[in-house]
Design a protein around this ligand. Structure first.
Ligand SMILES: [Zn+2]
Ligand SMILES: [Zn+2]
Ligand SMILES: [Zn+2]
Ligand SMILES: [Zn+2]
Ligand SMILES: [Zn+2]
Ligand SMILES: [Zn+2]
Ligand SMILES: [Zn+2]
Length: 247
């Protein structure tokens, strides 16, 4: 019986002590399969694949087998031939050592480069690690990570900030039917308006009360005040209250 290339099992003989296993490469016989395999494992005459129980005439032939066989998990990138225990182990190695994108079969020079690739090509959300079908789905999804805390004074929409609500009001999308013109009117009517509104002759309508930067829209002024820590101002807080009461 053939038990693999170069290894032979002879039919059982009446005398149990007769050697019945043979390595044809070395022309040697063994009393048991265990003894034969032990020879294969430790001899320097030829090479051995433990996983497949196969002998090879040379280490080159065995390496060739490692690369070709689906039972082995060999990194195609590394010079040394390491046979990973499972396909998942190899996968992990590819990701950890070669920053490999398995979808594109593409190595990267750093973890950061792989991450950028995942975001750009596979629409990865860095916050939760989920992947999306396209950039638009990713954008929509990412909004779920933004806490929305401010409810619109005129409808049920919620916003991350007052400036976000103002953009909504200025756009005319609010159920309250607010418009940009009405927002501007409210801003004018508020008793501290001279602190944040230019004279018409001076061009831009709104002006940061702290740094004097100018803005065409009230939402832009609030966005600026939210972004720049030193530019928040009591008069803007009062105007916000005034708008809340007037809608
Ligand atoms: Zn042998
Ligand atoms: Zn093998
Ligand atoms: Zn490797
Ligand atoms: Zn990829
Ligand atoms: Zn996410
Ligand atoms: Zn609204
Ligand atoms: Zn400012």
């Amino acid at each position: 019986m053939n038990i693999g290339p170069y290894l032979v099992q002879q039919p059982a003989l009446p005398n149990a002590f007769d050697p019945s296993y043979e390595c044809t490469l070395c022309d040697r016989s063994f009393v048991s399969e265990t003894a034969l395999y032990s020879h294969c494992r430790f001899t320097t005459q030829h090479d051995w694949c433990e996983r497949c129980n196969r002998v090879f005439v040379s280490s080159a032939a065995r390496d060739e087998h490692f690369r070709a066989s689906s039972r082995h998990n060999i990194c195609p990138t590394c010079g040394r031939l390491q046979d990973f225990e499972t396909a998942a182990d190899l996968q992990r190695h590819l990701e950890d050592f070669h920053f490999c994108c398995s979808c594109c079969n593409l190595n990267h020079s750093s973890a950061e480069k792989l991450r950028l690739h995942d975001v750009a090509v596979h629409n990865l959300c860095i916050k939760c690690g989920d992947y999306f079908a396209n950039a638009n789905d990713l954008r929509m999804h990412q909004q779920t990570h933004q806490p929305r805390v401010m409810r619109c004074y005129g409808c049920n929409h919620t916003f991350k900030s007052f400036s976000g609500m103002l953009i909504h009001l200025e756009s005319g999308a609010c159920a309250s039917r607010m418009t940009e013109a009405e927002i501007n009117n409210l801003a004018h009517e508020c008793y501290q308006s001279r602190k944040y509104i230019n004279n018409w002759a001076e061009g831009w309508m709104y002006r940061c009360p702290s740094c004097y930067k100018e803005f065409v829209k009230l939402s832009a002024l609030y966005q600026h005040a939210e972004d720049v820590q030193d530019c928040g101002h009591a008069c803007l807080d009062k105007l916000q209250v005034w708008i809340a009461k007037s809608i």
